[in-house]
Design a protein around this ligand. Sequence first.
Ligand SMILES: N[C@@H](CCC[C@H](N)C(=O)O)C(=O)O
Length: 275
Amino acid sequence: MLIHFSKMHGLGNDFMVIDNVTQNVFLNNDQIAMLADRHRGVGFDQLLMVEAPYDPDVDFHYRIFNADGSEVQQCGNGARCFGRFIRHKGLSNKNRFRVSTKKGVISISLLSDGQVEVDMGQPVFDPAQIPFRANKSETTYILRAAEQTFLCGVLSMGNPHCVMLVDDIEQAPVNEVGQLLTQHERFAEGANIGFLQVIDRQNARLRVFERGVGETQACGSGACAAAVWAMMQDKLDATATIQLPGGPLQITWQAGQSVMMTGSATHVFDGQMVL
Ligand SMILES: N[C@@H](CCC[C@H](N)C(=O)O)C(=O)O
């Protein structure tokens, strides 16, 4: 099978992007994990598939696979690259697309300054929908693991996130605690684990241990989840810059509304391979 693809990244969170509108590529989980391998494959955090819409109300369907081959519901940095890829491949000349995902519809806007804005939809706090085992919805939960306790916000941006505050982002135990919590028994489908240091009311720093990948340079849905949780506690204003290791994202949110995320999306190269 000959596969045409693009390599892209959003703040260093990198992707193999496949146009499945004009191609008919099917990859199983093992093949995706092999392609994700940074020594033996293309190397990426996520594989993104651009598909024809199943619904007349949307322009495209967006599928996302983690580096371990698992299919997931959402990828914010990927959504910005998805928008840039559609224009790069000439699949549409619109500046704004409606895109369906496994968990609802997002909209992607190509801005005149080269940045991409994504309406990520509303955050979800209902534990059953995250999914997270809890008797009722709370702003902050106590998670216990390995004889330690963690005070966390738990919410969904289409995919499950767990966020905790840290004093010093450089010293945050991202890998150790990330590995401990990403498959915690209270997360029926696992979770992305974020570590947030609030700098002032408009700025915070974030590192994320992603489910199915490990720590990445940036996580767009993680930035949305962390910003929302901090805004709910009045630690951040309604518009804030979240600085990730790979660069900044601007997040805007007000209760009852969609989370808006704006940032860069970079095309690296086009390639083709035989599998
Ligand atoms: N990098 C992403 C999130 C990708 C999916 C995540 N690892 C999950 O399993 O939910 C982003 O930018 O949002």
